[in-house]
Design a protein around this ligand. Structure first.
Ligand SMILES: [Zn+2]
Length: 420
């Protein structure tokens, strides 16, 4: 009898301490229902797909700024506000291969930036783009008839933006003074070519030499039953690959060492900052009006964010990370692996070919007649989908060789003869 009572007491105290453990940290943990609320709000029809420079973008940035303010974060955009303005020219049609139209008037878009000052020497940047394809008139849609349709972009990238807000809330409210400051940035213009992150790194509100790590989240809302998680940038600092492998998780992780990829971390990598980019993978609703909030896996998203928190906890215990270049960016074609160069500046964000951002006078591309805005879709017999396949194709040639390069220029497909 006595022993039974003792056991009972023991059991009760065990339950009580478990309950205490469960209840105690709730004040600032990542909350799947809050993630759902953010995603539903940002991908609601009233945001009209958050097209860069459109009224829906204004709605979304107002929402993000008011959340940052509500958490008690410091405004770190321009003029002591949360916003950082940048200018851009829209593309002239929904054709994703269309060049930026220089006859279009310049328009404005805004990043939303908040700071958590922990009086530390260095800073961790956490970012996610909040813009999407709007009403399908800015290009990039995979709908055969996109114009006028709201592209809600729940996964791309209301999910990353919701994650950004939850991490911002967590680090502000967890009552722990971390060893690094935090800068939280919601980028606009990502879908038009990383415009917001390029604008920030060109005109940063903190010293970019004092950035420990940049963490980017773009599409973290579709964790599937196989729990596949892609992490890019693991080669941008010597410690990162081991660090992410050794941080407890139950994902099927696929890493890519490159700091160059199809999202905003690329802009930071190009400033010699170690980066990690998180992505739960593509799906049939990608860049279609059907990328909706009811298809987002909020519990999975919470798991991804908690994994990111555990990674941050580890990097926080480390001194400022060393940077490693993973790929020779704009001079990729001049690196030792390549015997030839085309002499172009690639648009790293573009997929569906390799879009040329600029050509160098006197180099093979310029001599052949390639121009900024051209999209290379084939070199010789090698089909080009993106920067990786472009570089693979290029590595097959030797100096003096002649080949044909297939490009898209506006509506036209042209074959250019290139001499390396
Ligand atoms: Zn996208």
């Amino acid at each position: 009898m006595k022993r039974r009572i003792r056991n009972k007491i023991l059991r009760l105290s065990l339950i009580a301490s478990t309950l205490f453990f469960l209840i105690k940290p709730v004040y600032a943990q990542i909350d799947a229902s809050i993630l759902r609320r953010h995603v539903q709000k940002l991908s609601g029809d009233e945001m009209e797909g958050r097209g860069t420079g459109e009224p829906g973008e204004a709605e979304a940035r107002g929402y993000i700024a008011s959340e940052f303010k509500r958490y008690g974060l410091t405004a770190y955009g321009a003029n002591n506000g949360f916003l950082q303005k940048f200018e851009f020219r829209p593309r002239n049609s929904s054709n994703p291969h269309a060049a930026i139209d220089t006859t279009q008037p310049v328009r404005s878009a805004y990043n939303v930036i908040a700071y958590l000052n922990n009086s530390a020497e260095n800073t961790i940047i956490i970012g996610a783009h909040y813009d999407h394809l709007g009403l399908g008139r800015q290009g990039g849609s995979l709908d055969p008839n996109p114009e006028g349709k709201i592209h809600n972009g729940a996964d791309d990238n209301a999910s990353g933006t919701a994650g950004l807000l939850e991490l911002a809330r967590f680090y502000r409210q967890n009552k722990i003074k971390e060893k690094y400051n935090f800068l939280f940035i919601a980028f606009s213009g990502e879908e038009l070519g990383l415009l917001g992150s390029k604008a920030f790194t060109a005109n940063p509100s903190i010293d970019l030499n004092k950035v420990h790590l940049m963490i980017n989240m773009d599409m973290i809302g579709r964790l599937d039953s196989a729990r596949r998680l892609m992490i890019y940038g693991t080669g941008t600092s010597p410690v990162l690959e081991n660090l992410i492998r050794n941080t407890s998780h139950d994902f099927q992780i696929k890493t890519d060492s490159s700091g160059i990829g199809p999202s905003d971390h690329t802009s930071f990598y190009l400033k010699n900052i170690p980066v990690l980019h998180f992505f739960t993978g593509s799906h049939p609703d990608y860049h279609k009006p059907s990328d909706d909030a009811d298809k987002v896996n909020y519990d999975g998203q919470k798991d991804v964010l908690e994994y990111i928190q555990r990674i941050i906890e580890k990097v926080e215990a480390m001194p400022k990370l060393a940077f490693t270049a993973t790929r020779n960016n704009s001079t990729a074609s001049d690196s030792p692996r390549f015997k030839v160069t085309l002499g172009i500046l690639p648009d790293y964000a573009f997929t569906g070919g390799m879009r040329v951002d600029g050509v160098t006078d006197g180099k093979p591309a310029a001599v052949a007649g390639l121009k900024a805005g051209d999209v290379i879709v084939q070199i010789g017999e090698h089909v080009v989908f993106d920067i990786q396949t472009y570089m693979q194709a290029l590595s097959k040639f030797t100096k003096g060789e002649t080949t044909s390069v297939k490009i898209k220029r506006g509506e036209d497909t042209l074959d250019m003869k290139v001499v390396f």
